[in-house]
Design a protein around this ligand. Structure first.
Ligand code: ALL
Length: 335
């Protein structure tokens, strides 16, 4: 088996008991500029680069593990190189990783872009060298991609619909006209915008009063500060909807520090391992499982299909399940 890890991921995956990586190899021969996928040298397997976002986020270490398990089961078909950035908003580092993947001879790049516009030029350059680009998790901006001439299938969920369902589950525990706030992820990420819109849809449909919308940039600490300020500014606040679980954990800690656990209901998104104890005791009342481990696998399968047929592949919508509690002795309950 051959799995190559980008520097940032090494610690995260090894700590998590991931596969032992082989040393990165030197760059493969130059890719053709014809638009066709570069042929692997000497009959070697194609290399697929998985480029993710923050490795501090369980969502992405889980995604890496799913990809590695798939590669191990299909070791005869492809090599996998796994990359990730340190901070959620480190866009230039993610651009560098795309360039690194190209330099290392990737035949395909499967990417969860940290920003829906900023990654487009680097991905376009890679595609012009014949590299297959598959966009997972966070959709690239359609206009920016079209303008640049970038064609990348999107494999991922309908974030607006999923967030709407999270909001509905939360609203079922509130009464009309209750005050709620939204802490959204990075504002330049399309999936963050869609989750915010889905939360707003649900709150409007249920007759709630949205008193504030602020960004926590996907991060626990920032969301903790934002939530603490919201709690003191809005003494009648009844709920905080967060664009991901890391921010929900930060908001739950702020509610606890303000002595308002249970009075202010918290919603998250991702269903990471760290949220489970909070779901179990009610500090967080609902989240969404978007099956991050499968997202990368579906992206890799799309890349393999595209390489095999030397043709573009279609978008693929992936499932999201709403998770409201962990029943005693059982895993998640999914209504
Ligand atoms: C999104 C993912 C996850 C994650 C977030 C933070 O793209 O879908 O919700 O928590 O990025 O990087």
């Amino acid at each position: 088996m051959r799995v190559i890890l980008g520097v940032g991921l090494l610690a995260a995956v090894l700590l998590g008991g991931g596969c032992k990586p082989s040393a990165p190899e030197s760059a493969a021969p130059p890719a053709s500029a014809s638009g066709a996928a570069p042929a692997p040298a000497g009959g070697a397997q194609p290399r697929i680069a998985l480029v993710m976002k923050s490795l501090a986020n369980d969502f992405f270490s889980n995604m890496a593990k799913g990809a590695q398990a798939h590669q191990a089961a299909h070791a005869g078909q492809y090599e996998l190189a796994v990359f990730g950035i340190k901070n959620e908003t480190d866009l230039s580092e993610q651009v560098n990783l795309v360039e690194q993947a190209v330099a290392q001879g990737a035949a395909a790049i499967v990417i969860a872009p940290a920003d829906s516009k900023a990654l487009v030029p680097a991905l376009r350059r890679a595609q012009q060298q014949g590299i297959v680009i598959i966009n997972i998790d966070n959709r690239l901006d359609t206009d920016a991609a079209n303008q640049a001439g970038l064609h990348a299938a999107f494999v991922g969920p309908d974030n607006r619909d999923a967030a709407r369902r999270v909001g509905q589950a939360l609203a079922a525990r509130l009464k009309a006209a209750d005050e709620v706030a939204i802490i959204e992820g990075a504002t330049s990420a399309f999936n963050s915008q869609q989750r915010r819109a889905g939360f707003e849809d649900a709150m409007q449909a249920a007759g709630m009063k949205v008193v504030a919308i602020q960004s926590g940039d996907w991060e626990m600490e920032k969301a903790n500060t934002v939530a603490a300020n919201l709690l003191s500014a809005h003494p009648r606040l009844r709920a905080i909807l967060c664009g991901n679980d890391n921010m929900a954990i930060g908001a739950a800690a702020a509610a606890a520090a303000a002595g308002r656990t249970g009075q202010v209901l918290i919603a998250g998104f991702d269903d990471i391992a760290a949220i489970k104890p909070l779901l179990a005791d009610g500090r967080v009342v609902v989240t969404a499982d978007q099956h991050g481990d499968q997202l990368a696998v579906f992206g890799i399968e799309a890349a393999l299909a595209s390489l095999k047929n030397a043709a573009a592949v279609a978008d693929r919508a992936t499932a999201v399940d709403i998770v409201t509690a962990i029943p005693a002795g059982g895993p998640q309950s999914r209504p």
